[in-house]
Write a protein that binds this ligand. Sequence first.
Ligand SMILES: NC(=O)c1ccc[n+]([C@@H]2O[C@H](COP(=O)([O-])OP(=O)(O)OC[C@H]3O[C@@H](n4cnc5c(N)ncnc54)[C@H](O)[C@@H]3O)[C@@H](O)[C@H]2O)c1
Length: 247
Amino acid sequence: MRLKGKKAIVTGGVSGIGEFTVREMVKEGASVLIADINDQLGEELAAELNGEETKVVFQHVDVSKETDIEAMVEKAEKEFGQLDIIFSNAGIGALSPSAELSYEDWQKVISINLDGVFLCAKHAIKAMQKTGGGSVVNCSSILGNVGQAQTAAYTAAKGGVTNLTRALAVEYAKENIRVNAVCPGYIDTPLLEQLDEEMRNQLISLHPIGRLGKPEEIAKAVVFLASEDASFVTGANLLVDGGYTAQ
Ligand SMILES: NC(=O)c1ccc[n+]([C@@H]2O[C@H](COP(=O)([O-])OP(=O)(O)OC[C@H]3O[C@@H](n4cnc5c(N)ncnc54)[C@H](O)[C@@H]3O)[C@@H](O)[C@H]2O)c1
């Protein structure tokens, strides 16, 4: 019960890495507000996990809208009394030759994958300041650390998340607010559905471990960063990538 009594928000919490993180956080004793644009799955997951000691609620949130994020933090404070943890995980994939990428598509990826992470941190930190501390965990990627063809907007956004994490960690360390990021390798989630079999096998071959990651393997890393086990960890970008970036 490493998160016993903690109050958390998970954005993009109904699918893939987010869903497994919600489940892991609840198992570890946290109450969780699931924030997502998918209302049906969100309501179903909240109904499945809501319990006596660990409350689980859903709120419709588009992380590219600051008003939605303000309402999300207010709802967490109202439901739980305080906010201790936020996992800013919502994100979309985007694959396109960079010279063909429209400015509109670039902006969409940046607004969800980077602006959304900043806005979540901004409002969550304000809530954490009221209670004397907290833990912000952002979802970056191996592509926040190394480049890859045909992913200009995604890689730029994740690179932004990686360094935003460091900037916020330095700024709020003295206020007992730790800010870290998890940097997954390729994880078997619905985000990879756009890949054909050949691309999938090619991606597997890039991981020395010889397989894609599982969402639960990222969820466990997020719980570690969010918990007191990581009390001296801030500004870290924790690679959980089967050795992808080690070669
Ligand atoms: N799957 C991978 O290989 C991989 C690798 C590295 C990093 N990541 C990152 O992990 C995070 C989760 O990805 P996943 O693989 O679980 O994907 P996923 O598609 O399974 O889940 C993403 C979730 O985000 C939600 N979402 C999308 N846009 C949103 C918005 N504007 N506001 C709120 N919610 C929104 C979706 O509804 C969905 O529930 C993303 O940030 C992604 O970039 C994934």
